[in-house]
Design a protein around this ligand. Sequence first.
Ligand code: AMP
Length: 401
Amino acid sequence: MTASRVLVLNSGSSSVKYQLLDMADRSRLAVGLVERIGEETSRLAHEPLATGGGKREQLGPIADHEAALKAVAAELAADGLGLDSPELAAVGHRVVHGGTRFTAPTVIDDEVLAEIRSLVPLAPLHNPANVTGIEVARALRPDVPQVAVFDTAFHATMPDHVAQYAIDAEVAERWSVRRYGFHGTSHAYVSRATARLLGKEPQEVNVIVLHLGNGASASAVRGGVCVETSMGLTPLEGLVMGTRSGDLDPAVIFHLARVGGMSVDEIDSLLNKKSGLLGMCGDNDMREVLRRAGEGDEAARRAFATYVHRLKKYIGAYTAVLGRVDAVVFTAGVGENAAPVREAAVAGLEGLGLALDPRANAERSGEPRLISPAGARVAVAVVPTDEELEIAAQTYELVTG
Ligand code: AMP
């Protein structure tokens, strides 16, 4: 029997999302989430899809990531899917920042772990939690390969002149200041799935991917290779997001510090956590924004308009970057579900060859699908993202390939 199970771990500062997959048939055996780790009100939600046993919930304090992973292991064991099974081939970890060092999935040893730790200054909110997740999983199954799959990796192919900011080159080099890009696992998966939807190989198509979740980013993918993406040194740059501003004049920061008397930490929190849709209208969930806008709420309408305007600018910019576009594809929570966002983003872009079939756009489905009229010059598509499957696939390929 060949071991074919992969556990995918996505460790955040106070949460762990996990999926156990069987890569023999790419099926999901169990999925779940531990949240509010370190608080009195921790919650573990577990669903053993393999047994069809239904969702289970465990409430009560879970002190740290080690306790969280042990609780997950116990839940899996109760379903006959224990992590001590010889069928476990590997653990795949989502790691947010790989810097310039990691451009492909990597088997984790002490040296790799130390390097991931050394990248913490570039991703102070994310990499520490990723490191903790790796340490705990390694202790649990030291004999099983642990693989890091980096959110930045897919964007490593961006040409240097695209990745560099137009600042003093020595300062940039000294402090590793350049554009890295994030959501790479999703952009990789979705761009490939879009080629498949068009009946083509990834090398044959140029695709603009719009990953619109609570975080949001765009990428331009030429022949399967990422040539530009909207997030930069950190996930703050680019599109308007649920709570992040996206692009703004960097002098806004100086102004808020000098004139507004705000500290760097306050401005960091303002731009990352209290801006975007939330900052403009008080709601970061697009469902609420749409509902309120539909009722005539002026702040919600304007926030929606700003969100869509930024999207259009990126579609236009990436059309210019690619020269020829075969498909524009929407993915993630907003992109997959919010027909009004797709409609508004594409409206008026006939000159770029973009149009929607209103009926196809309004249809709800979990499948990859085209929403442009037959024969359109540029296909417009909705492709559900699946970062966990992509992490599992990359992990499994590395350990078996
Ligand atoms: P994600 O980060 O990909 O999980 O996306 C989460 C976001 O998707 C939420 O904050 C919502 O704003 C958005 N979302 C989910 N479902 C819908 C929907 N039916 N309509 C509009 N937005 C949605």
